[in-house]
Design a protein around this ligand. Structure first.
Ligand SMILES: NC(=O)c1ccc[n+]([C@@H]2O[C@H](COP(=O)([O-])OP(=O)(O)OC[C@H]3O[C@@H](n4cnc5c(N)ncnc54)[C@H](O)[C@@H]3O)[C@@H](O)[C@H]2O)c1
Length: 253
């Protein structure tokens, strides 16, 4: 399937986990990819993997908490490949408290990283996406849909859902689509050393397993592609049935 032939994507969080799987998926489907991350070594390695498989990718240094860095990374991608069709903002995680800071201080830092980080990427990409009638996919979290703890992270992810609804509406005449994918537990580097927890968590998923980065990359590729050309402003849960309810657990009683 070559849904991204002659198309160009900019992917943040490209060095590891879901972002890396997204780079590989989009490139395998024909996209030229600007692979953006703060981890230069990891980004170089995913670009090597893409080019080794005959694809096309460029490593770009990018910190989504820094507007100038995001602007430069998007510009470098457009300069190299001549256009931009897809923004996939994947970078993110639940920030830990620093030192003795009060929990409230975390709200602002998390919001800047998760929500404003996404808006920085959108602002830098939008002029190019308007030209190509392109597509934006933001990675939220199922934590943004239901209460699973970590309020600052969850609330910042929740804000993305209403951001894409409004941008979908605002930009409808320009043909740019905006969507979110909301994953539940995905076995990425974030869970290194927590394999026992991942094993335990399987039980809460009706599909009997936690997610793989490739599960989420497939959903991102779908929403970014013309297969989703009549879908905008949505948050797509990618969560193994978690929010269907606890029926499968009750059946065990
Ligand atoms: N893994 C999960 O269980 C899970 C669940 C729900 C949502 N998510 C979301 O999925 C996304 C990816 O998560 P993951 O598990 O693949 O994470 P990961 O830690 O494996 O990868 C995150 C990548 O983002 C990069 N990064 C971190 N800060 C950055 C910054 N300021 N600018 C640019 N790049 C930066 C890291 O270097 C890394 O390559 C995140 O937005 C996360 O919130 C993950």
């Amino acid at each position: 399937m070559q849904r991204f032939e002659n198309k160009v994507a900019f992917v943040t969080g490209a060095a590891h986990g879901i972002g890396r799987a997204t780079v590989l998926r989009l490139a395998a489907e024909g996209a030229s990819v600007g692979a953006a991350d703060i981890d230069a070594e990891g980004t170089a390695s995913v670009v090597d993997e893409v080019t080794g498989a005959g694809g096309s990718a460029l490593a770009v240094a990018c910190d989504i908490t820094d507007t100038a860095s995001v602007d430069a990374a998007v510009a470098a991608t457009v300069e190299r490949f001549g256009r931009l069709d897809v923004l996939a903002n994947v970078a993110g995680h639940n920030l830990a408290l620093e030192g003795t800071e009060p929990a409230e201080a975390q709200w602002g830092r998390q919001y800047d990283f998760t929500f404003t980080g996404a808006t920085r990427c959108i602002q830098a990409s939008l002029p190019h996406l308007i030209e190509s009638r392109g597509s934006v996919v933001l990675v939220g979290s199922i934590s943004g849909q239901v209460a699973l703890g970590t309020a600052p992270y969850a609330a910042a992810k929740a804000a993305l859902a209403n951001l894409v609804r409004n941008l979908a509406s605002d930009h409808r005449p320009r043909g740019v689509r905006f969507n979110v994918v909301a994953p539940a537990t995905v076995a990425t580097d974030r869970f290194i050393g927590k394999e026992a927890l991942l094993e335990e968590l399987k039980a809460i998923y009706p599909l009997g397993r936690v997610g793989k980065a490739e599960d989420v990359a497939a959903a991102i590729a779908f929403l970014a592609s013309d297969d989703a050309s009549w879908i905008t402003g949505i948050t797509l849960p990618v969560e193994g049935g978690l929010t269907a309810g606890p029926g499968h657990l009750l059946n065990l009683l």
